[in-house]
Write a new protein. Structure first.
Length: 287
């Protein structure tokens, strides 16, 4: 599978050494200006601009999954042409219907990239953990809170006991109740949200199984997780990764439900019956 070097760098950035970060910072800051002219750049040029040794450049290229500097700069030039720093650059000023269609297309493209980059073995491990857990706590704060609530709700609808915790202080208290019967699932794009990190450190120490959905590798949260689902995040500004996270939730809960299909179908029917009374009947008369 062909790798987008910008996405590889962004995903691995938190775990880079100071030297690798110098190289990564230069590439990410100048990526929108890279075109075919980068093919003329020598390894000595890049080493001078980033103030690192040429050997560090070679190690960096191989760390990113490329055979060497030549292949690396070819891919930089190729994927630079696909990049857009902010979504407005992709939208027209006087064609709103076209803009709506283009936003749909960008979302479809995001899911296609996420599908191709996903390590599906991590989804299987998370599904296994969900099916064997006695109780499940879905955790998220800020924008990730609504994703955590959605995850818990999807599990509940097929009869899997789950709750969502989205307050930083309540997270710490929930973590102190952790035991080997519990599964904690953290939602954090950055993997660096302090309330999540501290709570998962506690939960992990108390024997709970811990898992996270994150856009980055080698994060503080990941160090306290038994299972890490690393997902693609759009690089276009103002396009968020929630559509990817929600699709991951669908993958996991539907496969968990499939493994216990009879119980899931019964729970789904009972839940629909329980909430049916909440719908307001239209009693208006049309004359």
């Amino acid at each position: 599978m062909e790798n987008d070097p910008y996405e590889v760098i962004r995903s691995n950035y938190p775990g880079y050494s100071r030297t690798f970060r110098r190289i990564a910072d230069y590439i990410l800051e100048n990526g929108d200006r890279f075109d075919d002219s980068i093919l003329k750049m020598t390894i000595r040029d890049l080493a001078a601009r980033t103030r690192v040794a040429e050997s560090s450049i070679i190690r960096f290229c191989r760390e990113c999954g490329f055979s060497g500097f030549s292949e690396f700069k070819i891919m930089l030039a190729k994927y630079s042409r696909r990049r857009s720093s902010i979504i407005f650059e992709s939208l027209a000023d006087d064609a709103e219907e076209k803009n709506y269609r283009d936003i749909f297309s960008l979302t479809v493209e995001t899911l296609q990239i996420a599908r191709d980059q996903m390590d599906y073995s991590t989804l299987e491990k998370l599904t296994d953990a969900i099916c064997s857990a006695g109780r499940i706590i879905c955790c998220g704060v800020g924008m990730s809170g609504s994703v955590a609530v959605s995850f818990a709700a999807h599990l509940q609808r097929v009869g899997i006991p789950a709750q969502a915790v989205t307050d930083g202080e309540l997270l710490q208290m929930a973590a102190r109740t952790a035991d080997p019967d519990a599964l904690f699932i953290g939602i954090s794009k950055s993997g660096r949200s302090a309330p999540i990190v501290y709570a998962f450190e506690t939960a992990h120490e108390r024997g709970a199984v811990t898992a996270c959905l994150s856009g980055y590798r080698n994060t503080p949260l990941g160090r306290h997780c038994d299972i890490q689902v690393i997902h693609y995040c759009p690089t276009t500004m103002l396009m968020n990764c929630r559509v990817v996270q929600n699709t991951i939730i669908d993958c996991v809960y539907l496969n968990a439900a499939r493994r216990r299909q009879q119980e899931a179908e019964q729970a789904y029917r009972e839940n629909r019956q329980a909430i049916s009374r909440l719908y307001v009947q239209d009693t208006s008369q049309k004359g």
